[in-house]
Design a protein around this ligand. Structure first.
Ligand SMILES: Nc1nc2c(ncn2[C@@H]2O[C@H](COP(=O)(O)OP(=O)(O)OP(=O)(O)O)[C@@H](O)[C@H]2O)c(=O)[nH]1
Ligand SMILES: [Mg+2]
Length: 318
């Protein structure tokens, strides 16, 4: 590994460790209580562990899978001490996530055969869509790619301004219209402009706050249809942004959205400042859609490509 790559990964690890701090503190304090006064992993300890995982937002289904694996291991090894529980838990969660063959974190990259590569960012209001777009634009720009942003959230003037602030910060062009205009028309203009400029990546912001779900889904379909008039297989990526600090709510949103519209990847934001980071383990186990990115802060560098091995390592490093 080159020196540059080493520095880069240690910086990534540091940011991740810091971002998961609250989750880890809460998890390990619950774990300590779960095994208090016990030397052996028995049914009581397993019951407590189940509670710890569920209350850490791992989700019921994924928790049951983990418990079953640990039960099997305890039965096979006859005696499993509670002092080994952390190590075993880490191994079993890593094993479980390795079975889901989605989301093998390749650092920020886009397929070379799609130009422009079009990412449409969706999600309910306030989850971190615009911020994620700004951070992503920064990553692509740093690689020397030509990025164009589209202000498809025309619902509020502030939404357009907020994307403009990110565009200025990252120094990439933005295509926008006035508040209240048709988002599909903004998307059309953005793609046309990107094609004219020979851009590599287009990222389209969308509104999360339409009056109801049907309206929202119809609008997203319309944006897609209109974009296909410019580049026929677009969007290449429909990125659903979820607010990790809402725990099980994020899970529900993922279920609802993936039922209603085609989503091809997930971003889980705001993992810093919450104890609910365990939700990423459940989400990556339960959905056939990869968690591509995680947000671990408000800063421009605080978006990471999700790597399940790095995530589990960080989760269990004290
Ligand atoms: N701590 C933290 N805050 C974040 C992260 N991502 C986004 N935020 C904050 O969350 C708030 C909402 O983010 P936005 O990007 O405006 O969310 P949005 O989905 O575009 O919201 P609407 O445009 O209102 O639908 C902002 O204050 C962001 O700074 C993150 O990873 N960590
Ligand atoms: Mg926004």
């Amino acid at each position: 590994m080159s020196l540059f790559k080493n520095i880069f990964s240690s910086k990534k690890k540091e940011t991740l460790d810091k971002g998961l701090e609250k989750t880890k503190t809460s998890f390990f304090s619950k774990m300590t209580k779960a095994v208090a006064g016990k030397s052996k992993v028995d049914d009581d300890v397993l019951d407590n562990l189940e509670e710890v995982l569920v209350s850490s937002d791992v989700g019921v289904d994924t928790t049951l899978k983990i418990i079953t694996r640990i039960e099997a291991r305890a039965a096979k090894d006859k005696y499993v001490g509670t002092d080994e529980l952390n190590t075993i838990l880490r191994e079993e969660i890593a094993g479980l996530l390795s079975e889901t063959h989605v989301g093998e974190g390749v650092e920020f990259s886009i397929p070379k055969d799609k130009k422009p590569y079009v990412i449409m960012v969706v999600g309910v209001n306030g989850v971190g869509k615009t911020t994620t777009i700004g951070k992503l634009a920064h990553q692509f720009k740093q690689q020397g790619l030509k990025v164009v942003l589209g202000a498809g959230d025309t619902f509020r003037a502030a939404a357009i301004d907020q994307l403009q602030v990110w565009a200025d910060r990252v120094d990439v062009p933005i295509v926008k219209q006035k508040m209240g205009s048709d988002p599909a028309s903004v998307a059309f203009d953005t793609l046309s402009s990107a094609v004219n400029q020979d851009a590599d990546v287009v990222i389209i912001d969308t509104a999360g706050r339409l009056h109801n779900k049907v309206n929202l889904m119809n609008e997203l379909s319309k944006i897609k249809r209109v974009m296909q008039k410019v580049v026929d297989d677009t969007p290449h990526d429909v990125l659903l942004v979820l607010d990790g600090s809402t725990g099980q709510n994020a899970f529900e949103q993922a279920k609802q959205f993936t039922k209603a519209t085609e989503v091809t990847s997930l971003a889980v934001t705001k993992l810093d400042g919450t104890a609910k980071g365990g939700v990423v383990i459940g989400i990556s186990d339960q959905f056939q859609i990869p968690v591509k990115y995680i947000g671990v802060g408000e800063g421009i560098e605080d978006l990471q490509v999700f790597n399940k091995h790095e995530f589990v390592d960080s989760f269990f490093s004290i």
